[in-house]
Design a protein around this ligand. Structure first.
Ligand code: IPM
Ligand code: MN
Length: 343
């Protein structure tokens, strides 16, 4: 196994704590990692006044991959303007590095209680560079009684098609039999039509994979009541954001939810991060769950072509998550438990 140069953005709150456990498990798995730390996030911004300087972005572009803990100031803090870090750091990285897929796996731990009849074993493929996140829109007459605000959704044939293509490719790679498009085609008719046509056309190239469609509101019901309807779920940026919080909460909690921000074309590094936030309220208590960060690091190994290491790490995370004792363990104990089950 070759060595990898990984940019590590611990970030804010519990970010550094969970990333440390992910690095511990990578080392235990025998991966040679040169971890290059980057001081970015709310605290870095408050110290330096910079969110993401161009020269840092250029440095990040040269890496094999990026591992990120969490970004954000404490809830209720007014020192960092709303949206500054989201748009200036996280979304900027997604856009600049063309991380057009946000891949999020959800698997109910063995033995865990489920709300519905079935557990979840699902890949969400979220489009990650367009939709309402593109920043289209503006405001007029701000702060007056006649204020106007628009916030458009950008959907390009190119962006939608490459996302859907990735979803069918993933389904084929994993030996799965169904891809579900989730949208709101009955109301968002312009974007919905583009997504539906691209879905039909790309999907017809995979006659052995079933094509399924579900409105986003109904998809919320299915995720709760019969999540086994979904194997690979492909959707736009905002629907994907919302659905993946729901899926996380339903499949063992957000502390297990991992994500990969992928540039499948390989024109730059991909970025791996747990779905959860900075959780400043539990910093230093040992209560942060590192399993999502470790699972994200496993996705990083898979992306780097180390399928065997990725499978060992993922299986170890699943074993620990299925252990009834895991809820009582500290952050470091959980990291040790995963490292100890790598086999
Ligand atoms: C996520 C987060 C981000 C998003 C925020 C922090 C910009 O919620 O990764 O799901 O909305 O994509
Ligand atoms: Mn989110």
């Amino acid at each position: 196994m070759g060595g990898y140069t990984i940019g590590v953005i611990g970030g804010d709150g519990i970010g550094p704590e969970v990333v440390q456990e992910a690095l511990k498990v990578l080392a235990a798995a025998g991966v040679e990692v040169e971890a290059v730390p980057f001081d970015l996030g709310a605290s870095a911004y408050l110290r330096t006044g910079d969110v993401l300087p161009d020269r840092i972005l250029d440095q990040l572009r040269t890496l094999d991959a990026i591992l990120l803990g969490a970004i954000g100031p404490p809830v209720g803090s007014t020192e960092v303007p709303a949206g500054l870090l989201e748009r200036g750091l996280l979304l900027r990285l997604r856009f600049e590095l063309d991380l057009y897929i946000n891949l999020r796996p959800f698997k109910t731990p063995r033995g865990a209680a489920t709300l519905g009849a079935a557990g979840m074993d699902l890949w969400v493929v979220r489009e990650n560079t367009e939709g309402p996140y593109a920043g289209e829109g503006g405001a007029l007459r701000r702060g007056t009684a006649h204020e106007v605000a628009t916030q458009g959704s950008v959907n390009t044939r190119f962006g939608v098609e490459r996302c859907i293509r990735y979803a069918f490719g993933l389904s084929a790679d994993k030996g799965l039999s169904r891809v579900s498009l989730v949208h709101k085609t009955n109301v968002l008719t312009y974007a919905g039509s583009l997504w539906s046509r691209a879905f039909e056309e790309v999907g017809s190239e995979h006659p052995d994979i079933e094509r399924d469609y579900c409105h986003v509101d109904a998809a919320c019901i299915h995720l709760v009541e019969r999540p086994d309807r979904f194997q690979v779920l492909v959707t736009d940026n905002l629907f994907g954001d919302i659905l993946t919080d729901l899926a996380g909460a339903l499949s063992g909690g957000i502390g297990l939810a991992a994500s990969a921000n992928l540039n499948p074309a390989g024109t730059g590094p991909s970025l791996f991060e747990p779905v959860h936030g900075a959780a400043h309220d539990i910093v230093g208590t040992g209560r942060a769950n590192p399993l999502a960060a470790i699972r994200s690091a496993a996705m990083m190994m898979e992306h780097l072509g180390e399928a065997e290491v990725a499978a060992r790490m993922t299986s170890a995370v699943e074993q620990v998550a299925a252990d009834p004792a895991w809820g009582g363990r500290t952050t470091a104990e959980l990291g040790d438990a995963v490292a100890g089950r790598l086999c």
